[in-house]
Ligand binder design. Structure first.
Ligand code: SAM
Length: 234
């Protein structure tokens, strides 16, 4: 998969060269291309922001550099174009799954008070557009959000994880959080691994894990569970 990132801080993405994702990039499984937005700003200061139309605090990213960057980076391939924004739909595991099936992704990182809306409207002439938020809080820029998305999408690509079974077992894959995990030694600082996990009885292990998943989800994220069935009126 090819992933282009347009940002004023390409250096922000250095951690993606580490570990699993780093290996996938090295092996060419992920073709990560970082673009400096200021390269498309042609004034002496390479400015990419200006005061908001209608007044108000802060600055807004101007359409000129963004338009040229998108024309050049998107090209004719009609990539999926993602704008990172706290005002977008929330990025979830199913969003990562959807994005992992496309050939090309272009991630656009906002800064300041965000990007001129006309850029987002225009981008939809170049490819499908998603406006995505990584959660209900406001970051200083879209780079951290784009980094999260590259990692969440990248690890779903075939051949990136050592053991693809990890993907079916984990949190959010089946609407539940994952059960707690244990390893060796069997007793550590007086705390034991639950006996069932040492029993060798795979059916019992599966049942215990499922019950733990349900219990954890109910306790920590009840919003993930389906609503209880409505009681018929008496
Ligand atoms: N004025 C904007 C608003 O209230 O919606 C916030 C702008 S924020 C300071 C600057 C940039 O950070 C945004 O354009 C976006 O790219 C990024 N950003 C901030 N919070 C984010 C979030 N929760 N998810 C994704 N991107 C975010």
């Amino acid at each position: 998969m090819r992933i282009d990132v347009i940002t004023i801080f390409p250096e922000y993405f250095a951690p993606l060269r580490l570990s699993l994702l780093g290996r996938a990039i090295e092996r060419g499984r992920i073709d990560l291309r970082l673009h400096q937005l200021r390269d498309w700003a042609h004034d002496p200061h390479h400015s990419v922001d200006d005061s908001p139309a209608g007044g108000g605090p802060g600055m807004v990213m101007t359409p000129g550099p963004w338009g040229q960057a998108l024309d050049e980076v998107a090209g004719e391939d009609r990539p999926t174009i993602v704008f990172t924004t706290p005002a977008g739909e929330v990025f979830r595991q199913h969003t990562a799954q959807e994005l992992s099936s496309v050939e090309r992704l272009v991630l656009c990182c906002g800064r300041f008070e965000g990007i001129d809306q006309r850029v987002i409207d225009y981008a939809s002439t170049l490819g499908p557009v998603r406006e995505l938020s990584i959660g209900d809080y406001v970051l200083a820029g879209g780079e951290a959000a784009a980094l999260v998305m590259v990692e969440a999408v990248g690890r779903l690509l075939p051949g990136v994880l050592g053991n693809p079974d990890s993907l079916t077992e984990e949190s959010h894959n089946r609407g539940l959080l994952e059960h707690p995990a244990y390893t060796k030694p069997a007793i550590w600082r007086g705390r034991s691994v639950p006996e069932v996990l040492l029993s060798g009885d795979h059916g019992a292990v599966d049942a215990w894990r499922h019950a733990q998943s349900v219990e954890r989800t109910r306790r920590v994220r009840p919003d993930l569970l389906p609503p209880p069935p409505e009681q018929p009126c008496q």
